[in-house]
Design a protein around this ligand. Structure first.
Ligand code: MG
Length: 289
């Protein structure tokens, strides 16, 4: 099942996408949840009911996906936990060793936007904006101290994520939060694809394209710490809540470490694409004073 959040006028809504069309959950389950937050709060019973309805889709029902103003499938997660160096070749291109344990940092929830939204920045603040294609893990329910063997049971599904990074701020600050939390620096989407459709999150092809040119291309099989290990590792330190997002790290090929460097500029189109999940498309805009 492919869950999307979108704007219906000024109202946020959650829907199910099938074959390029979106039906609101509210229409599929009368009196049901209207937003992703309400859907997550309704629990596994509601999700199971929705699966049954979604598995018998009627053609030509709903709104065309490409006519909707998409939000991140979870428009305002409680937290976005990001994983530093989690692909060996990305560690190598940055001149670093593979870490023995996951290295975590945070992106502020206010950075989250959906597919189709602009990535924007003030050119007086940063002139080194970079892309990082990542697999996003969306947590299904609140959990703490989860074993690796049970970790995937706590995952709702997967999405594409762009861990947009202001490299000049990152290296000046010597840590990540400001550089990776500018408004619009966490595009997520287009949908969250539920785990029943992704048999193994470690077999997915992931790539990043800038203006149609492939900049990153890898398999999630190359992750140093896999999804189950990351969920378990996080949950040993803090509570993971329904709707929280884990950004699982980026492969090699980011703009900063290319020769010559390839930073993002006004007008660039960035696509993060993961097979079986979809394409997250965002255009870059420098803010004018
Ligand atoms: Mg990253």
């Amino acid at each position: 099942m492919r869950l999307v959040s979108y704007l219906d006028g000024a109202l946020e809504r959650v829907g199910v996408e099938h074959a390029g069309r979106v039906r609101s959950v509210e229409a599929m389950v009368p009196g049901g949840p209207r937003t992703m937050a309400e859907l997550l709060a309704a629990g596994p019973g509601m999700m199971a009911r929705l699966h049954l309805t979604a598995d018998a889709p009627a053609p030509d029902i709903g709104t065309r996906l490409d006519e909707l103003a998409l939000l991140s499938p979870v428009p305002r997660p409680g937290k976005v936990v990001a994983v530093g160096i989690n692909y060996l070749e990305h560690a190598t291109e940055g001149g670093r060793e593979a870490p023995a344990e996951p290295v975590l940092f945070a992106k502020f929830p206010t950075a989250v936007v959906g597919s189709g939204a602009d990535i924007t920045w003030d050119p007086g603040l940063t002139t080194a904006v970079d892309f990082e294609a990542e697999l996003a893990v969306v947590i299904a329910r609140d959990c703490r101290r989860v074993d690796v063997s049970a970790a995937l049971d706590h995952v709702l599904g997967y999405a594409c994520l762009n861990d947009v990074s202001a490299r000049d701020l990152q290296f000046a600050d010597k840590q990540f939060v400001r550089a990776k939390s500018l408004d619009s620096f966490c595009p997520v989407g287009p949908a969250v694809v539920t785990t029943d459709e992704i048999a193994d999150p470690q077999t997915l092809s992931i790539r990043c394209l800038v203006n149609g040119q492939v900049m990153q291309e890898a398999s999630t099989a190359e992750m140093i710490h896999g999804v189950a290990e990351l969920v378990s590792f996080c949950s040993r330190a803090f509570t993971l809540e329904a709707g929280d997002i884990i950004a699982t790290g980026t492969p090699s090929g980011v703009g900063w470490y290319r020769d010559p460097k390839r930073m993002l500029h006004d007008g660039d189109e960035v696509v993060v694409e993961i097979d079986g999940i979809g394409r997250l498309v965002n255009r870059c805009r420098e803010e004018t004073a």
